[in-house]
Design a protein around this ligand. Sequence first.
Ligand code: HEC
Ligand code: HEC
Length: 379
Amino acid sequence: MNHIRWASLCCASFLLISCGAGDDPAPASPPAPRITEIELGKLIFEDVRLSANGNQSCSSCHDASAGFADPDVTKDAPVSEGSIADSFGNRNAPTSAYAGFSPVRGITTDSADNPVYVGGQFLDGRRDTLEEQAKDPFLNMVEMANADKQAVVDKVKTASYVLNFKQIFGEDVFDNTELAYNNIAHAIAAFERSAEMNKFNSKFDCYLQDDTYPLSEDEQAGLLAFDETGKCSICHTITPDADSDKVLLTNFQHFNIGVPANQKNPANIADGTYVDYGLGDVLVPKDVQENGKFKTPTLRNIELTGPYMHNGVFDTLEEVMAFYNIPEKRDPSPEPAPEVDSDNINADVDFLDLTEKQISDIILFMKTLTDGSGVGICF
Ligand code: HEC
Ligand code: HEC
């Protein structure tokens, strides 16, 4: 094997030399192995060369080992560091898995039949599709920090998979920066929609397929408390989604649930007064009634995706449950005060009076949502 690789390497350098000499007929480029657009998308998703300092890829903040959220829990920051050292965004990286099921942002009705924003990509729904979303991180100065689209396209031109890229998107794909850049995003989105990122093979999926694959007694009690006393399933839906027929553990609706500010967020360290207004800030025109609202996240792989909430204020699921479990109305607001303390805080997260046993059972239930936990049971 080594021998063959050496042989082809020598061959390649020989071809280069003879090419430079200019008198031989141009050699046909060796046919690259054909790969699918999904496989190409994965190579791009994992390519650290596509960042300013060659040290960060999409998967740096969305890694399979962390349920496709940020695996870096070593830094004492609830948000991710960018390609440039000590540059931090304001938000905790959500999972990129199951994100493709989010509809384009629009308006629907909530559990009380009131109009509510639904869908979009990012926690505030500011992009419509995975393709549109994927174009942003490359150019975000606190993420992959490339100067412009051309800089990203140039790096793909010299990537090991460039021949595959041309096979899939056409020999002339690099004639036009915009076209090449759009296709980079297209390939990433194909990978993000693939079965590799959307496994649906958790223990709960076995139970959903056939309830003769039972949950343990405590997990079953947790599911019941999640659905009834805890009211969690109002937003973290456990019935099949109308469009995809999949159980997604979110209805993608945007709510202010009264999450407190996070003093450990680097955005806050200067003077502690940073407020993330979420949806309200990205609507045109801005709408204060939508301040503090974020898209309900899926709870699939929740065991792996901490810290939790848009600002990573909670490190553990126990802390999340302590936050939810208040037996009164969040008005006047409990301590610590919500980041956006407004009368738009959703009432479905009030008046929970869960017992310690119900809390630990709900946590056990949430751990049945980890991909792979059904392998050997029904997969
Ligand atoms: C430095 C860390 C970092 C890098 C690198 C990064 N992301 Fe993200 N990603 C985030 C954060 C933080 C958010 C949430 C930002 C927001 O809501 O404003 C996010 C949001 C997303 C979402 C939206 C998920 C949802 O539920 O709405 C997707 C999809 C995604 N990223 C994919 C990617 C892709 C594709 C790349 C590479 C081109 C990438 N990310 C690179 C941190 C990162
Ligand atoms: C009114 C809708 C609603 C209800 C009811 C609700 N949630 Fe949530 N949940 C949300 C929203 C919205 C967020 C994101 C809030 C943010 O980031 O500021 C969230 C975030 C979470 C997170 C963190 C997810 C992450 O990736 O960071 C967990 C865990 C969670 N909810 C569990 C529960 C449990 C358990 C219950 C029931 C006790 C529940 N939720 C009830 C809407 C809801």
